[in-house]
Design a protein around this ligand. Sequence first.
Ligand SMILES: [Zn+2]
Ligand SMILES: [Zn+2]
Length: 133
Amino acid sequence: MSVLTGGCACGAVRFTATGAPRFAFICQCRDCQQMTGSDHAAQFAHAAEAFALEGRPAHWDRQSAAGFTVRKFFCATCGAPVYGTTSRAPDIVMVLAEALDDPAAITPTAIVYGEERITWDHASVPARSEGEA
Ligand SMILES: [Zn+2]
Ligand SMILES: [Zn+2]
């Protein structure tokens, strides 16, 4: 069974995600830019019940345009973002791929919120082969 491990930059927050990630993507939305201090965030969705934490991340909440509460978890010591949740889908967590011990362990297959892309962000995802879902 697949086991993905990771955490924040200083190691105070660690996680283990057991089983296959559901969906990996690159998000170019303004929130992800500000949250990561970068041009985009690569993330994967994972079953909340298969996501185990060590340490106690801090969090902050914001309301999405659609009225859902989005909660962002980060390390209070080093400030690194680690994962997020949304009241829209409480059974999943959205984990930052950059927080993985091996970020290449997942492969983003889509780019979302491309309309908020910074002009110099040239993120790309692998082209899908014929017949792939
Ligand atoms: Zn930390
Ligand atoms: Zn985003």
